[in-house]
Design a protein around this ligand. Sequence first.
Ligand code: ME8
Length: 525
Amino acid sequence: MSDGSSFYVTTPIFYVNDVPHIGHAYTEVAADVLARWHRQAGDDTWFLTGTDEHGQKILRTATANGVTPKEWADRLVETAWQPLLKTIDISNDDFIRTTDERHEVNVQLFLQRLFDAGYIYTGEYEGYYCVGCEEYKADSDLVDGTGEYAGQKVCAIHSKPVELLKERNYFFKMSEFSQRLLDLYDENPNFIQPESVRNEIVSFVRRGLTDLSISRQTFDWGVKVPWDESHVVYVWFDALLNYITAAGYGYDDEAFARRWPATHIVGKDIARFHAVIWPAMLMAAGLEVPKQVFGHGWLLVGGEKMSKSKLTGIAPNQITDTFGSDAFRYYFMRAINFGQDGSFSWEDLSARYQAELANGFGNLASRVIAMVTRYFDGVVPDAGVLDAPDQAIRDTEVRVTAAADDAISRLAIHEAIAQVWQLVDELNGYITLQEPWALSKDPANRERLGTVLNTAVRGIGTLAVLLSPVIPEASSKLWTALNGAGAVSDQPIRSAFDWAGGTTVSALEPLFPRIESSESDGSAA
Ligand code: ME8
């Protein structure tokens, strides 16, 4: 598929009421691995992330902190959300804020078009609203409160009381789109993934959709409704539009035609907004629906969804300060099947760091480089006649490259890494069996030693290319030591095994240094 096809991938835009935790970072890393893979495959890739800055949640937080919502948003974006991207090595092409002019102006344009087309009317709504979710809740979304909220109905996600609101608002005729949405899910089974999320959404829409209240009159922190400035646009209606306002909708037709539609990576908590409301909005505007909505699972702490509001949030740099950004990226992408929930534990992180990154991959790379340095003065030997074990390694390189690419096309990131890791394991086994240190003792084995080390060097170079989307820093260090041509992130990933390197190797700094146990159990973080 290296046909330069367009791959536009997005994360949710995150609320700036608080600082990021590892749940947000998890989504960022997943989208980043996909973007880096596609970029390295030569696809016309564009990776968007950003922040969601309007609505009551942000307004209340800013007011509680004695600043305007814009001042609050500026502060959080600058001190927390932008720095997050550096902390975990994110390669986004754009960062949209819903307070950007390109966004606000084109939200108004979109809304006006829907109004002119007759999809918007005035109506009254009364219901329970969760400010944490920024959403009206059905009775089935509420549970009995406990502790200080005993005796009250609380939101099942936030465990906080809901508010009874009664408002005269503008409504979007979403109910008209139930059948078209069902047809879409039917005709394109991949539109919503994974299957568990798809099933939940299909049965939700089968029950029939109601119209959606899309404006608010009781506060003014939002985009003004163009024909009635006493209303601001409902924060979700505003936020979803970021995916097209960032891509040129309304001001750069060429960019928009080139990028849109996108693959949306979101948490399953907000898959419904993306797979129901969002395509209905696009259908009403006569625009193409997204390519795919993937609702990944939750990071759990103590069996519950990790969240700041429940005080279980862990800051990404608590992990990266000790383990580094590559380990963060690898751990979350490898340990959790993408699409399923996963429990975070310091013990598991520490164990995988040691066994898989330090001993499995890091040691392999440093041993191979060290042996080429010791036995061949750093000059990569030519391969002689290939024996079966040498050929087997070359076959594995080809096989795992194709299998990993196939897994990525299904968004099975964990599977792609597991495929590549077969090469790590086979190379380690190969070196143990071929015993280059023993071959080096007898000059009669010189050619055989050269073939073994040539095979090993080829193997670790292939690993550098294949792992670059996941562990970009370590891959780049290894590539430098192999004197690879250009940047490793520019090496065509679908033919990773064909990489071209220099004729010599140079020193390799430790890729995953030893971590003292007092630090790796999390107590030092
Ligand atoms: O919902 N495990 O923003 P948000 C995994 N502004 N992922 C998690 C997680 C966890 N425990 N907690 C959060 C919003 N996430 C809206 C989005 S988009 C047009 C508007 C991730 O700041 C996951 O991606 O509440 C989830 O969907 C997102 O953070 C919610 O971020």
